[in-house]
Ligand binder design. Sequence first.
Ligand SMILES: Nc1ncnc2c1ncn2[C@@H]1O[C@H](COP(=O)(O)OP(=O)(O)O)[C@@H](O)[C@H]1O
Ligand SMILES: [Mg+2]
Length: 419
Amino acid sequence: MSILILHTSNASRRKHLATARRYAHRHGERLLLVVQNPTWEREYADRVVAADTSDIGQTVRAVRDLATIETEPIRAVAAFVEHSVPAAAAVAAELGLPFVSEKTAYAARDKHAMRSAFARRGIPQPRFGLARTLAEARGVARRVGYPLVLKPVIGGGSMYVRRVDDDAELAEHFETIRRKSWASFDYDPLCRRAMRRHDESLMLEAYVAGGEVSVESIVIGGETHVLAVHDKPLPMHGPYFEEVFYATPSALPPAAVARIAEITAQAHRALDITMGATHTEFRIAPGEEPMILETAARLGGGPVYRSVLLSTGVDMVEAVLDLALSRPPRLRPTQRTAVGFYLFFAERAGTVTAVHGVEEAAADARVHEVDVYRRVGDQVDVPPHVWQAHGHVIFSAPDRDGLDEVYARLVKTVRIDVD
Ligand SMILES: Nc1ncnc2c1ncn2[C@@H]1O[C@H](COP(=O)(O)OP(=O)(O)O)[C@@H](O)[C@H]1O
Ligand SMILES: [Mg+2]
């Protein structure tokens, strides 16, 4: 029988596909991959179908055709990339296979739909509103208060999420960010639907001060199992919020971590995420109630998978595949290692002329993986115009504090030169 992975080409997901191939072969399953413009991905699958998984209709048709030529039945559907989740939900519904519903896949992407679902459950979160015009934005600002955050309704990677502190800044940034928000995410499978539904509005939210964490969970039959909490130890005050350093386990007090796990489970129930991996983000000020930012019905991006694996011994890709095949996943941690990762960008936009420090970083015994997604000659941009870093380094340390020191060294070592 076969496992079907719906995928969007993404240099940071090589390890996910490698695990999926090993897993499939170990269990005597074929691995089928649907991805647009497949290149290096081909080596990981028994059959690759070229289709754009950000086009839900095209993907469903491609899978129907695939099912007619495959001799073995498709038994499971999985996706490791945000943009393939809605198509995976549609395909699973068509084939009668376990996955989150299409409604859930939508609610986990539309930031207004998500906040509205959280609000109905009384889940702690910032005040929020939608605005189509500057006059409407001023009205929302009066209600939520400054500072506030402007953000795309359908977004990702903090792209075009911006803090504004007063009426003058709102007037300066509102219209530009509103337009760029919709234009930059038009490749997202749900962008057009959200655009119509919200008349091309922009989200506004009260700015939550405090530290930020991300929570990686597996949901089985509606029950949430939190596997890891990563701190984002660098202050993120804005105006833009690029993420460069993650560290796990969290340095937060156990009671705060327990409360975060509780709210994560409530958020899953609010969106009806009953199975699979999730990635949930919070802001928390010392001594205050954690405020949820968002939850996604998929694994955390890029290095999060390996970071959880190295830190806890739990393999979230295997867990996702187990759930897709209706097997009980192995979720018990076998270790507790301090692990961090550094996401690096270029200093400015341009053409990559050199990547420095990769070998030096890799020679450090504490470094587990250095991955550069770009090559010399590639065009790169900088936040807030990009949704993904240009590479990552995953590292460990004897304890959580030790991660800061490794990070500080890596920042000086790994550099992208642009012209
Ligand atoms: N209400 C808020 N208060 C403070 N910071 C925020 C708020 N909303 C978003 N941010 C910052 O912007 C980042 C990206 O926002 P998020 O809602 O997670 O969108 P996405 O990750 O899809 O781009 C967050 O990780 C956080 O640092
Ligand atoms: Mg986010």
